[in-house]
Design a protein around this ligand. Structure first.
Ligand code: TYD
Length: 221
């Protein structure tokens, strides 16, 4: 029985999580290519966003305009975006037998809003149960690296001109708490989560990701 067994689903749901600059989108892309080459139908998506309406909420949150409303309201907004994303993209793809790869999902809310932002843990967990329901990931890959390294990478990727977004602008100490928060989730749910060291050559990280997906989900990659 898979974690998505509450849906009449046959596809698998894989999420990539971790702090800033860990290469989640690169690794998601590379896994999608490997699965595609093995004949698996794959949908690549991301959060916040992933559907047209959720992308509108993403722009509002990342602009920083929601920050003064507080961590609880940000939690509601991430969940509103997630509700639409699941309903319009993730669940239909899983039901159609496709594999869904998502760059960030509900663990990011647990960590950024509750651990780092101070939103009430019961609120965050309760909303997750209501909003995610049976669309829980089958596998979560946590790309782990020291916060300072990840922030430097994210800054280099952004280039000199653009300013950091709402969450990149937080302190290194906050980003270390974020790192610890993801590692705590991996300890709490080892059947779902795998931690992969991300401060290494992306080719080596991609090999590890493929091995985990092969071992845990039986993909022929
Ligand atoms: P994004 O540009 O996608 O960052 P990254 O490349 O690090 O994934 O911006 C997403 C930001 O939103 C990121 O800083 C993490 C934050 N976030 C939350 O705070 N809560 C959430 O539930 C999600 C999905 C993301």
């Amino acid at each position: 029985m898979t974690a998505t067994s509450g849906l009449p689903a046959r596809g698998r749901f894989i999420t990539f999580e971790g702090g800033e600059g860990g290469g989640k989108s690169t690794q998601s892309r590379r896994l999608a290519q490997a699965l595609g080459a093995a004949g698996v139908a794959v949908v690549e998506t991301r959060e916040p966003g992933g559907s047209a309406r959720a992308e509108l909420i993403r722009a509002f949150i990342l602009s920083g305009q929601a920050k003064p409303m507080g961590a609880a309201t940000e939690t509601f907004l991430f969940n509103a975006a997630r509700y639409d994303h699941i309903a319009t993209r993730i669940a239909p793809a899983l039901v159609a037998g496709q594999w869904v790869l998502c760059d960030r999902f509900a663990d990011s809310t647990r960590v950024y809003q509750a651990v780092a932002g101070g939103a009430d843990e019961a609120l965050v967990r309760g909303l997750e149960r209501l909003v995610v329901g049976p669309a829980r990931p089958d596998l979560t890959i946590i790309l782990d690296l020291p916060a300072a390294v990840g922030l430097a990478r994210a800054g280099a990727r952004r280039g000199g001109g653009e300013s950091p977004d709402r969450f990149e602008a937080e302190s290194v100490a906050t980003h270390e708490r974020i790192r610890a928060g993801f590692l705590a989730i991996a300890r709490e749910e080892p059947e779902r989560c795998v931690v992969i060291a991300a401060d290494r050559d992306p080719d080596i990280v991609a090999d590890d990701v493929r091995r985990v997906v092969r071992d845990r989900l039986g993909a022929a990659i």
